[in-house]
Design a protein around this ligand. Sequence first.
Ligand code: GLU
Length: 483
Amino acid sequence: MVVRVRIAPSPTGNLHIGTARTAVFNWLFAHHNNGQFILRIEDTDLERSRPEFTQNILDGLTWLGLTWDEGPFFQSKRLDLYRKNVQVLLDQGLAYRAYDTPEELDAMREAQKARGEAPRYDNRHRHLTPEQQAAFEAEGRPSVIRFMIDDEQEISWNDLVRGKVTWKGRDLGGDMVIARAASGQEVGQPLYNFVVVVDDIDMGISHIIRGEDHIGNTPKQILLYQALGAQIPEFGHTPLILNEKGAKLSKRDGVTSISEFQQMGYTAAAIANYMTLLGWSPPEGMNEIFTLEEAARVFGFERVNKAGAKFDWDKLNWLNSQYLHSMPTAELTDLLIPYWQAAEYKFDWAANRPWLEQVAALIGPSLSRLDEAVAMTRYLFVETVGFTEDAIKKLRQDGSVAIIEGVMDALAGSESLSEASAQDLIRQVATRLGRKEGQLKPVLRVALTGETRGPDLIQSWLLLHQRGWDTIRLRAALETAQG
Ligand code: GLU
């Protein structure tokens, strides 16, 4: 069998981590089976769908490396196909027009509630006579199209994740609306459960892999496949992503869209890797750090968990740091430049690439997110830095003035500065002052960077020296030290 799977996001918001994770599983399954991964934009909700959300979804999938083989197809451009299929069901007597007014439906539900029953459509317009229909139409009532659901049946499927799942026909809420209200003989806008099935049939989808929140739609959709005379695909419902409290991860939990993760400085590879681990476990012996291609080689539903997957920030941060620590410097530099630019640091980005690469190499091993680079390297991009309280204390300690003056003198006498000559210079000044290097270095750090802690001192010094800023900083530190 040719494997054809799809991701079908609705552009009513930015690409959500849950949708992206579903896309990952579809992509892995397609690639494992040499199949096709199709992108379909479900934009039939005209009020809530926006082109900028579609763009965000396309950009996010692309950024993650979830390339699609066909599409994007837009449901809004396929309305004729849906209407034609509604007509097929009407013609076969499998669907009918229902003329209930909203008030009548409300009253029906109220009565059900009063009897302690679950709300459902009681199929009251299933067998209207042509005269009754004509009378409703003469009244000017619009009609929805309802698909008949037999209460006395069971619908089951063998879910790729959850095994056999069975639903009773009577639990599906009565005959379902497949097209919104329209007047006369028109067919109103076709609705989600119907258009999804028409599309999945038309696109030859073999496996429907989607979030567990769609499980209640599956029995209805299976009935529609049968009614339309199509082969029923396989279904796999993947576990939801949960927050720390074990509830479904939602906007209220803060960051949930892929573009936000991107802005926060996570790499695409780390996010894709982490999403794969949210609900799937690699086979024994396989490293937890892998590319999508590596995961695709061994991916299968036997290792997808049934239980919800808790979103774990610590784990994501750890994974991201692993990617950043092992990233080639040139690539890391490319990723960092936009963050420095967004922080409005002034620099000739194109002309002084080697300096930027040195900065990237310096901080790379301590980054767990790209955005941390902004604060971590501020002292290298801003000509004058202030001194923190601790820094001032350090500068005003006995002996600090002599240390700063000693370094300034030695620096004035040296032609250029290299790692070796900087080390040497520190050693000489320490000897001359009768102090230990360990006493000298903290003072020098504070003088150069304004802070008591930071990236490697010698490297920082060299970077500042290349900008001609080390003497400026030492002078300012001396003034502060002398109070
Ligand atoms: N458009 C649906 C959603 O965004 C997906 C439908 C499906 O996968 O069947 O949740």
